[in-house]
Design a protein around this ligand. Structure first.
Ligand SMILES: [Zn+2]
Ligand SMILES: [Zn+2]
Length: 318
């Protein structure tokens, strides 16, 4: 253990509560190999809850709503309900999650990034939260620095403190309704799949895939991560347009979460949806062309009008 805070952040502790909880989830998921616990409706439940907790809870709520405020939901209580769904994914409380992710954007791939890929794939994927650096331990000061908005909200503070209640309640409810098959597939296996899906955004989409925009980090767009995270795999697009509610920019960059946000908007539950200003031709520009245009744009030539197929960098922040 060290308290050094010199050029490169140092490991300072082992996050025992999170480590024990997530190890227990993985052990529980091994029960899926017991044939007696398999039923087709339990498998279907696993897939549906993967979307509900991973897609609506983490991607739509924790990330696009709470971290980047790329849209608003009304009424306010709906935000709390959605945050509870996010907490059910066992990725911790919303304030801690948002704080870590905002710091990731502020320090992408440098030594202060909480899960920099430069420290190895394993670190970016999961070792970062197991052994947090001294500068990223979830203290009140850390929360106030990165999440002053959520810290002002007593409901969010309470939900962050007692976030573990939500996955436990979910497990109890699933067992009560469907016994061991629902517990094993609807809770253990589903949670483990959601965890690794989310972690792949930090690891795989900073290593593999293509880049459409020349951001200062190594973020990439990766189709299979986009599928299992409901649009988060278009991560290079996201680093380029961080406050955009839409991450898939080309017609084939399928973004299930953006569709969900549009449905919420249609139902009157979402408003003030932030988008990058894209011209009609922008989605079909080639990666090489997009990179060239982004390079040109970064020079910020005064008075130049955007080209027909050029994405305009509005909404990008930090
Ligand atoms: Zn990233
Ligand atoms: Zn983000």
């Amino acid at each position: 253990m060290t308290t050094s805070t010199t050029t490169r952040a140092q490991h300072n502790s082992i996050a025992w509560p999170a480590l024990i909880w997530i190890a227990m989830l993985h052990l529980g998921a091994l029960l899926a190999f017991v044939p007696a616990f398999f039923t087709w409706d339990a498998l279907l439940l696993c897939l549906v809850l993967h979307w509900v907790t991973g897609g609506l809870g983490i991607t739509l709520t924790y990330h696009r709503l709470l971290t980047h405020r790329s849209f608003e939901v009304r009424p306010k209580w709906l935000e709390y309900v959605m945050t509870a769904i996010g907490a059910s994914a066992s990725e911790g409380g919303a304030i801690g999650w948002v704080a870590d992710h905002r710091r990731h954007h502020a320090h992408s791939d440098d030594h202060e990034d909480v899960h920099s890929p430069n420290r190895g794939f394993g670190w970016a994927h999961m070792f970062w939260w197991m052994t947090p650096d001294i500068t990223s331990v979830h203290t009140v000061e850390y929360y106030k620095k990165w999440c002053p908005d959520l810290m002002k909200d007593p409901v969010h503070r309470w939900m962050d403190t007692y976030h573990i209640i939500f996955p436990i309640l979910g497990a109890v409810a699933l067992y009560a309704v469907g016994g061991m098959p629902y517990l094993v597939w609807g809770f253990f296996m589903r949670t483990v799949l959601v965890l690794h899906s989310t972690w792949l955004v930090n690891s795989a989409t900073h290593v593999w895939g293509y880049r459409s925009h020349e951001t200062r980090d190594t973020s990439t767009n990766l189709w299979w991560v986009a599928i299992i995270t409901y649009g988060e795999g278009w991560h290079n697009n996201h680093h380029a347009f961080q406050t955009s509610a839409r991450h898939g920019m080309r017609w084939w960059e399928f973004d299930a979460t953006y569709i969900a946000i549009r449905v919420m908007s249609f139902l009157g539950m979402a408003r003030k949806i932030k988008l990058p200003k894209l011209t009609h031709a922008a989605p079909i520009v080639s990666p090489e062309r997009a990179a060239k245009l982004a390079r040109k744009q970064s020079k910020k030539v005064k008075g130049r009008r955007p080209m027909d197929d050029e994405p305009e960098l509005v909404g990008a922040s930090r």
